[in-house]
Every structure is written in C-alpha cells, then in structure tokens.
Ligand binder design. Structure first.
Ligand SMILES: *Cc1c(COP(=O)(O)O)cnc(C)c1O
Length: 461
C-alpha cells in the first residue's frame, strides 16, 4: 500500500489569543429567553463559540496589523487607497472602483442608481441584504438557482449555479427593458455556500450580453469559489486562484464585494465596474452617502488591511486549509448522523433543520428553534437561514415559509481550531439524539425588512 502524505495543518501559528467563557446551562437558558429566542440579541461575551457569521470575524494577520499602523490617514489620496486599487486591479481586473464600508453599501449605491420601480433583478439566489436593497428601490429580486440547490442531500459539484434556461426565459417574458441588471452570487451563500462553475458564469454573461443587460457578480466569497473551480472544474487544476479569479471577473461588468468575508478584514467593501458612464453616477452617490471616493466610509488603515487581506485570501495553502477545516466539521456531523447540506459549502456547514426536526412545522420556525436550542445546549451560536430570514407573509399576515430550513454554522476565518469544531460537532450530535424534546417557536414580533435580526419568539406551549 502506498503511504499518503500527512494532511497539512493550519498554515499559520497563533500570535495572540482571546479568552472565551462557557456559562452554565441554566444561565444560557435564561439568556436565550431574555433574547426573545433570537441569538442576534445575545451579547457576544455570552457566547462560547461564535459561528453566527464568517463576516467581519476573521483573525487578521501580523502583516495586516502592521500595514494598518504603517499607513497614513488622509481624507483624499491616501497611499492605502492606491494599495487597494492595485490589489483590486491585479486580482479583480475592473477598471473603476470605490471602497465602501461594507457589502450592503455597495448594493445600496448600485441599486439606488439602476434599479427602478417595477424592475426585476435575477440572481442565482439573493442574499438577504441584496434582496432588501432591491425591494427598498421598488424592484423585485428573483431567485433562479438550479433545482439541485434546494435538494440538501444531492451531491454535485456546482450546486450554486443559476438555471440559465430559466434566466433566458425570464428575460423574454419580462422583456430586457424591465431588467436593469443580472447578478450571480459566488459562492451561493443562501443555498449553503455552494460554488458556481466558471461555465455557468460564462453562460450567464453571454445571456446578459445577448439582451444588452448589465451583469454584476456578488463577489463576497470569490476566492473560495475559485478554489472550488480549481478542484472540481475541468481545465483549472494547473491555474492559480488569481488566474481563475481574473477569468471569473472578466465575464462581468462589475461586482459588489464585502471585504468582511474574503479580504479577511473586520469591515470594508468595494463596488467595482468597467462602465465609465455608470461609474460616474456611482462615484457621485458614494460621496453623498459613504464619503470621498478614496476612503468610502472607512479609515484608511482599513483599506490597507483589505489590500493585504485580498492577497492572503487567494493564497493556495490558506484556501486548502480553509476547505479542509470545513470538511472536517462536516465529516464529524455526518458520522454522527446529523443531516447537513451536502456537499458542505465554502464558508460554513449548514444543518438541515427540516430533517433534524421533522415534528416541527415550518410555521413554528424549526431552524430558529434548533439554533436557539444549540446555544442552550452548548454555548455555540449558529444562525437561522430559514423562514425567519427568508419567509414572506401573505396579505392576511400568514407566513409563507422559505423553501429550506437551515442552521448555518459559519466558520470565522483563521479564528477557531479543529478542537473548537470538534466540540461543536459533539454537542450537535448529542442534541440530535434527543431531538424529539425540542419544541417549535411562535414569532411574536418582526419588522418588514430584514426582520430576522430583531424578531422575537416564544416557545410553543
Ligand atoms: C455578507 C454578504 C453581503 C453583504 O455584505 P455586508 O458586508 O454584510 O454588508 C452580500 N452578499 C452576500 C452573498 C454576502 O454573504
């Protein structure tokens, strides 16, 4: 038998640590109740392992911290703006960009400029903030993911893809004049962080060109997506992540980007485009709502951290470690019988709450119930991606449930060790064994847009 080389461990060592605390179970129960059974309302210090999000939670590198101190702070023309511009042009390859304080600011600026009342914006699947920013501009967000995206147990390479037949049909039906832009989200966060293939992006781009519609990428996790392309798509094995990224972005007219994900920073974002005329408008609105175009709502040190972090995100060893760690958590849960979205995505493992809690109907928010119970059980905070987040209400105020009920265990980048994830898996498996004891929730309060952040619940009697 030929011997396999050992799997590589984390390609970094720990230089600074932060103490975390696990409250006793009784206290966690009390805190869950006080939070209105909504983990967004918990204090971070009351959380033991925080898998709420991979957004803004990366551990930054010594190089990023050093760069932040080394830069100069200027209202106009800071050196860090040019560092970031160079990194953006080198990795993304767009002609123009503005930094913004986070991804949704890019969405707000873009959609306020080109989305109009009665218009439609197709995407493989909109993230909650893109959806809300389109609705705020009286457009309609439309999800055209392939059917496989909704099948949590089907294993296939690119479950994040858009259904391009449906897209073409949709455009013909609504007419191109009603569609200010087409988007694709890489990786598809709302469907489990599943990757989109290069082939699919190429096809979407061709359809957009044919109908003369702008095509933007929601690029939050572009590097994780490019690593999947390298691993899974014919013809990319020998290419670097940067080469793959350049090709990906070459098919688009622009992108929105949250640096809180794959620039490995705690805040920041970018809005990029090749379109001169459009950029003129975006630039002017940025100055009104974010700040001057060489800082975009950020301190210049944040721009520097983004510029350095972008290169760390496309580092092959880093991506290999990142994907291996997520697969590690997935493999432990799988072995313990916990139903998860297969294959696991690039930034998180998603637990299928519909299968985990078949006795709780969608009207009682099974994914929310599981999220809260996991906190009570273990001090671990995940997040609901189900009917609280994506459900709608009909004209009588009744819930129209989301298609999927998921609990996302997002893995902050470079922040937790495999041992932390082992604890998470053990607690979740223990919970699975006594899943019959978990009860559903009744929603007692929710605002209209992005209601899941502040919703309140009560256990069903
Ligand atoms: C996080 C995210 C956004 C929004 O970015 P923020 O920085 O949180 O405002 C948009 N799209 C996707 C896919 C995301 O994951």
């Amino acid at each position: 038998m030929s011997e396999r080389p050992p799997e590589l461990p984390e390609p970094f060592k720990i230089k600074m640590v932060q103490k975390i605390r696990l409250h006793p179970r009784e206290k966690r129960k009390e805190l869950a109740e006080k939070s209105g059974y909504n983990v967004f309302m918990l204090k971070a210090e009351d959380v033991f392992i925080d898998l709420l999000t991979d957004s803004g939670t990366s551990a930054m590198s010594d190089h990023q911290w050093a760069g932040m101190i080394d830069t100069n702070q200027a209202y106009a023309g800071s050196q860090s703006f040019y560092s970031l511009e160079n990194a953006m042009k080198d990795i993304f390859g767009f002609k123009h960009f503005v930094p913004v304080h986070q991804g949704r600011a890019a969405e707000n600026i873009l959609f306020s400029t080109i989305v109009f009342p009665g218009s439609y914006v197709p995407n493989n699947m909109h993230f909650d903030t893109t959806e809300a920013n389109i609705l705020r501009n009286e457009g309609t967000p439309v999800n055209l993911a392939i059917e496989d995206a909704y099948d949590t147990s089907k294993v296939s390479a690119f479950k994040g893809n858009m259904d391009t037949k449906k897209l073409d049909q949709f455009i013909r039906e609504k007419t191109p004049s009603k569609i200010p832009l087409i988007m694709v989200t890489v990786t598809n966060n709302s469907a489990g962080g599943q990757p989109v293939s290069m082939q699919n992006v190429k096809e979407i781009s061709a359809i957009a060109k044919k109908h003369n519609i702008a095509f933007f990428i929601d690029a939050c996790r572009f590097a994780e997506n490019c690593y999947f392309v390298k691993q899974r798509e014919e013809g990319y094995k020998g290419k670097s992540i940067k080469e793959i990224a350049r090709e990906l972005f070459s098919y688009a007219d622009g992108c929105t980007f949250s640096a809180k994900k794959e620039a490995l920073t705690n805040i920041g974002g970018m809005l990029c485009t090749n379109n001169d005329e459009l950029f003129e408008k975006l630039k002017n609105l940025t100055i009104v709502v974010e700040g001057f175009t060489t800082y975009g709502g950020l301190a210049c040190r944040e721009l520097e951290a983004m510029a350095i972090g972008l290169y760390e995100a496309i580092d092959e060893e880093y991506q290999a470690y990142r994907h291996r760690q997520i697969e590690y958590l997935a493999s432990l849960l799988r072995a313990g019988g916990v139903p998860i979205v297969e294959p696991p995505g690039g930034h998180a493992v998603f637990v299928d709450a519909k299968e985990f809690l078949p006795h709780i109907p969608a009207e009682q928010f099974p994914a929310q119930a599981l999220t809260v119970q996991l906190y009570i059980e273990s001090g671990v905070r995940g997040v609901e991606i189900g009917s609280s987040c994506f459900g709608k209400t009909d004209e009588k105020g009744r819930l129209i449930p989301a298609r999927m009920e998921l609990v996302r265990l997002a893995i902050p980048r470079r922040a937790y060790t495999d041992n932390h994830l082992k604890y998470v898996a053990e607690c979740l498996i223990r919970l699975y064994r006594k899943r019959n004891q978990i009860v559903g929730l009744k929603r007692v309060y929710a605002p209209r847009l992005l209601g899941h952040f502040t919703a309140r619940f009560e256990p069903v009697a």
